[in-house]
Design a protein around this ligand. Structure first.
Ligand code: F6R
Length: 364
């Protein structure tokens, strides 16, 4: 049941801390602060490229995973949505690894890519919530995410659980490839282990998120902006908003604003920014000042240091707990999803069963 929550989505949002904690339990050792993923059926140090494929929110998790794998393990990464990857026939390297990400493990396009990349000789690793699924059965290795069942059509806790596994995988790769020393691994693992408590703190910001929702709910179109590793979180926010509130939203890498979308901005098109002070903040701030100068209403997820710099620019700010820049995308995914939920409540939509959508997309 819904345990007293109004919707499964609300319940599942509140399960973020537990989903992250349970997922990390299997793949970290809190005493040594080391990652303890199961042994890979191949040598990580020898993998020339990782090919990441998924759909929807799982794809955005994969985009974050690409940042981590590239920056921490210095491994080349190819990524695309499954419906495109499936028909692109990109050349595959010898001993390459395919990484599929799926909550359900049944998504038709993701499964299609698995089968073609297997034929192309790639090792198949999947990050799944439902491990006993078709993708699970056909993978060489399944990395489970232990988020517990997700009933609401819109994905919530599975997303932060996916990110937790991908973060651990990037650390494991980095260790195998000699790009990360033990002290660094311990610091990053500690920041992951700290996440369930920081995630629980996010719910003390519900009133501020509701105030932001009041602005978003009046709009017909909304722009979401992020930079670097926060860009996929902007995409996730825009997708969630479209999905459950039926308000049109688009996400952009903030640097792209002046290459087109800035012409959309006026007082009727709010701008939601994912802008922690730790990630390219000055550049995002200058984008937000430009948007504000065009009459845009600026709504920002940031931290205490960022909030100080946004005075006079942002109309609404949600101040997030301070965390290591490494885990920022995991933490900031939570309030972004909560915003969509609060807007949907104001709009009175069918939050758990949005029109035209199915939980598991088993046809192309
Ligand atoms: C968004 C959402 C979808 C799924 C996508 C992939 O809230 O739920 O975009 O993320 O359909 O589904 P899985 O992860 O089951 O492959």
């Amino acid at each position: 049941g819904k345990d007293g929550y109004r919707h499964y989505m609300e319940k599942e949002l509140h399960e973020h801390p537990v989903a992250i904690g349970q997922t990390l339990k299997r793949i970290t050792d809190p005493a040594s602060k080391r990652i303890t993923l199961p042994p890979m059926p191949f040598d990580l140090a020898q993998v020339p490229r990782v090919t990441i494929t998924a759909c929807g929110s799982a794809y955005y998790a994969g985009m974050v995973g690409r940042y981590w794998l590239e920056s921490l393990a210095r491994i080349p990464v190819e990524i695309d949505v499954a419906s495109e990857m499936r028909y692109r026939e990109p050349p595959q390297p010898d001993k390459g690894m395919a990484l599929l990400i799926s909550q359900s493990g049944e998504t038709a396009d993701t499964l299609g890519v698995l089968r073609s990349l297997k034929k192309a000789g790639q090792s198949i690793v999947s990050v799944l919530n439902v491990e006993h699924s078709t993708i699970g059965r056909e993978s060489d290795l399944v990395l489970g995410m232990d988020a517990g069942p997700e009933i609401s059509v819109a994905s919530t806790k599975a997303f932060t659980a996916q990110l937790s596994v991908l973060a651990a995988l990037a650390i494991e790769f980095a260790r195998a490839r000699g790009t990360m020393d033990q002290a660094h691994e311990e610091r990053l693992t500690a920041s992951l282990l700290d996440l369930p408590s920081r995630a629980a703190e996010v719910f003390t910001r519900t009133k501020d998120i509701q105030a932001m929702a009041g602005v978003v709910a009046q709009a017909r179109d909304v722009l979401y902006l992020g930079r670097g590793i926060c860009t996929p979180i902007a995409f996730e926010g825009a997708l969630k908003l479209k999905e459950i509130s039926y308000i049109h939203a688009e996400a952009y890498a903030a640097g792209e604003l002046k290459h087109g979308p800035i012409s959309l901005i006026d007082q009727t098109v709010p701008v939601v920014a994912i802008a922690p002070s730790t990630i390219l903040f000055d550049k995002t701030l200058s984008n937000l000042q430009e948007a504000k100068a065009r009459g845009g209403r600026i709504l920002v997820f940031t931290d205490t240091a960022g909030a100080k710099r946004l005075e006079g620019v942002a109309e609404q700010i949600v101040i997030m707990p301070d965390v290591d820049a490494f885990v920022v995308p995991i933490l900031y995914a939570i309030p972004v999803q909560m915003l969509a939920y609060e807007v949907a409540l104001l709009k009175g939509t069918d939050v758990d069963q949005p029109r035209n959508l199915a939980k598991s997309v088993t046809v192309e």
